[in-house]
Design a protein around this ligand. Structure first.
Ligand SMILES: Cc1cc2nc3c(=O)[nH]c(=O)nc-3n(C[C@H](O)[C@H](O)[C@H](O)COP(=O)(O)OP(=O)(O)OC[C@H]3O[C@@H](n4cnc5c(N)ncnc54)[C@H](O)[C@@H]3O)c2cc1C
Length: 355
């Protein structure tokens, strides 16, 4: 596995020379003519987030002359920046490194004039149009917004877990299970995700050790029955991971029995953390609907309860959680945003070639 690559460097907002011919946008440093006293910038479309969903939305929106601004987040590129080999993204028969894939997405979005701001949005006001978003010291205004802030996998927080991510430690069995053919792997967690990941991993691994801190699972009965009955799955109840062992790749786990306190070492070549995801939705809590797990709720494909605010990717999707599905969502959200802007009379009809 290689180290993370830097994404291409970008300026807060460019000088408009890369635009597609529409009116030049104010720079982020321009004084706010609206009298707020701060700095501001405007766009027909602002995309929040720069994972596969946000960057695909940007490619589509830029090609439709929407001159999008992507507020990319302080961790541009999203979840794929912390993974190494991506072998299931179409178009890369030999696989591609996650950071490299995201750099290519970004270059493609930049090529059509997308402007990037590598900051987090700190606050939004979707109360009226133009919608207002704040990042750093700048207020951004947009007629439409695509929210693509993704979700963050939860980790145990162990130093060696971080060090060995992509070298045996993963948070995605669908993505990385294939690398563990005929190996012994462990899954940490006790909910449906952990049970599902453990069952999925039996397709590849010789043995799947399911480690759970408590003495019963939280997951659904059917998933429990399936996992408990599987001959390749061995459950260790009341067990927590103290450390991940291995120099360049995982070769074992240091475990503790939470009842007796006994510490043991188990050999394993893979560790899948399945203790949940946190959707990055706090920012939108006052404005958009959230489901019971904190994910955004979509209406009518990519819409939200606020006209002009669209949703794409893992920020609403806790079912598929894949780069390709997030990218597909970004495409759909950009097309929906463009059609919505057109219906409002804010843009002219996109030409067929724009898509
Ligand atoms: C370890 C791991 C390995 C994986 N491997 C694969 C794989 O091999 N193949 C595959 O298809 N999928 C894989 N996935 C899943 C895939 O990465 C996700 O499904 C995909 O990245 C989701 O894309 P997204 O654009 O919806 O969100 P994300 O990739 O999560 O991107 C969200 C973006 O929003 C930004 N953001 C968040 N909050 C704010 C804010 N307040 N302001 C501005 N920006 C913000 C973040 O910085 C980030 O740029 C893997 C995931 C993990 C964790």
């Amino acid at each position: 596995m290689t180290g993370l690559k830097n994404l291409p460097s970008i300026s807060i907002i460019d000088d408009g020379s890369a635009s597609n011919g529409a009116a030049a946008m104010p720079r982020a440093g321009d004084r706010d003519a609206g009298g707020g006293g701060g700095e501001s910038a405007e766009s027909k479309l602002i995309i929040v987030g720069s994972g596969p969903a946000g960057l695909t939305a940007a490619i589509y929106a830029a090609r439709a002359n929407l001159e999008p601004i992507v507020i990319a987040g302080y961790a541009p590129g999203g979840q794929l920046m912390i993974t190494s080999d991506v072998e299931n993204y179409p178009g890369f028969p030999e696989g591609v490194q996650g950071p490299e894939l995201m750099a290519l997405f970004r270059q493609q979005a930049e090529r059509f004039g997308t402007r990037f701001v590598d900051l987090d949005v700190d606050r939004v006001d979707f109360g009226q149009r133009p919608f207002r978003l704040w990042a750093g010291d700048v207020e951004y205004r947009a007629e439409s917004v695509v929210v693509a802030t993704g979700a963050s996998a939860l980790w145990l927080g162990l130093e060696n877990e971080t060090r060995l991510r992509g070298r045996g430690v993963s948070a995605c069995a669908t993505c990385d299970g294939f690398f563990f053919k005929n190996r012994k792997v462990a899954v940490v967690g006790g909910g449906d995700t952990a049970l599902e990941e453990a069952t999925f991993l039996t397709k590849f691994a010789d043995e799947v050790l399911l480690l759970h801190r408590r003495d019963s699972f939280r997951g659904s009965k059917i998933m429990q029955d399936r996992a408990l009955a599987h001959p390749k799955i061995r459950v260790r109840w009341n067990t927590e991971v103290l450390d991940v062992l291995g120099e360049n790749s995982v070769d074992g786990l240091k475990l503790r029995d939470t009842v007796s306190g006994e510490e043991t070492v188990e050999a394993a070549q893979g560790l899948f953390i399945a203790i949940g995801y946190k959707p990055n939705t706090d920012l939108f809590r006052d404005w958009l609907d959230l489901d019971g797990q904190g994910y955004l709720v979509v209406r009518d494909e990519t819409g939200s309860k606020i006209d002009g605010v669209f949703i794409a990717g893992d920020v609403h999707d806790h079912r598929y959680r894949q780069a390709i599905t997030a990218a597909g969502d970004g495409c759909r959200a950009a097309i929906d945003a463009e059609r919505w802007l057109e219906a409002q009379g804010i843009t002219e009809s996109a030409t067929a070639s724009a898509w």
